[in-house]
Ligand binder design. Structure first.
Ligand code: DGL
Length: 266
């Protein structure tokens, strides 16, 4: 098999990375994609950095054995805590979601503008976005806010229920009109985008780290001459638990037809 024909591996703690998968599928129709959701251990955002690193390395090693050409860490929590360690064990490029998300926010923000990052507690505590944004030297003012109830709401399929709006109000109404750009710093959050936009109001531009990551993955493959020019790529889904539930929610929330979802337990 020539290198460009090898699949792309993608993983997240659960369903959230499917927002990256969906963008990738649209941008790169010829690629074979293998998605892994760690449904037995979701959420990552409330776990310790050590646990997130250990889970992420296990999954990365598993996907690397499938002879992938690119590994996408479609989880902000794992990207903020484990990217360097995953890169050490990988012989193929590893792409996270933080850097592309930060770059997209800088394009959308006015000079010296106010950027609000929302993410899991682990992502916010890691300050990974603050560091990435500061490293650009653009002088934006960054605030980070953890929204820990958002992931369980999405994993429950409650993206447009009143409970989701209540949680969004609780976390974000104090920021209404006070952020030029809001980064959805968790790949589950694009599924709550409508509710988040409603609470933030029309003055805040919303940047989706999932979309930014998919674009950056395409650019990385192009730069290395690794794009698969086939007409239709395959999609394979694996989870660490409850495959039927994953499949039903993928269809309900993202209109993704997974077919049979395989189980890999660690
Ligand atoms: N979707 C993930 C993220 O981007 C993880 C959420 C979680 O498992 O807590 O951070």
């Amino acid at each position: 098999m020539n290198n460009s024909e090898r699949p792309i591996g993608i993983f997240d703690s659960g369903l959230g990375g499917l927002t990256v998968f969906k963008e990738l599928r649209a941008l790169l129709p010829g690629e074979d994609l293998i998605y892994f959701g760690d449904t037995a251990r979701v959420p990552y955002g409330t776990k310790s950095p050590e646990a997130v690193r250990s889970f992420s390395k296990e999954i990365a090693s598993f996907l690397l054995k499938k002879k992938i050409k690119l590994l996408i860490v479609a989880c902000n929590t794992a990207s903020s805590l484990a990217l360097d360690e995953i890169r050490k064990l990988s012989d193929v490029p590893v792409q996270g979601v933080i850097q592309p998300g930060a770059e997209a926010a800088l394009k959308a923000a006015p000079p010296g503008g106010r950027v609000l990052v929302i993410g899991t507690s682990a992502t916010v505590n890691s300050r990974a976005y603050s560091r990435a944004l500061a490293a650009s030297g653009a002088g934006v003012k960054v605030t980070e806010k953890a929204c820990p109830l958002f992931v369980p709401l999405v994993e429950e399929g409650w993206c447009s229920k009143p409970a989701a709006l209540m949680a969004a109000r609780e976390y974000l109404s104090g920021f209404r009109g006070k952020a030029d750009v809001l980064i959805l710093g968790c790949t589950h959050y694009p599924l709550l985008k409508r509710i988040i936009a409603r609470v933030m109001g029309p003055r805040s531009r919303i940047v989706d780290s999932a979309r930014a990551a998919a674009r950056s993955a395409k650019a990385a493959l192009e730069a290395r001459g690794l794009l698969n020019r086939a007409r239709f790529g395959s999609s394979a889904f694996l989870v660490s638990d409850a495959p039927e539930r994953f499949s039903a929610l993928a269809l309900k929330l993202l209109k993704i037809k997974t077919g049979k979802v395989a189980v890999k337990r660690f």
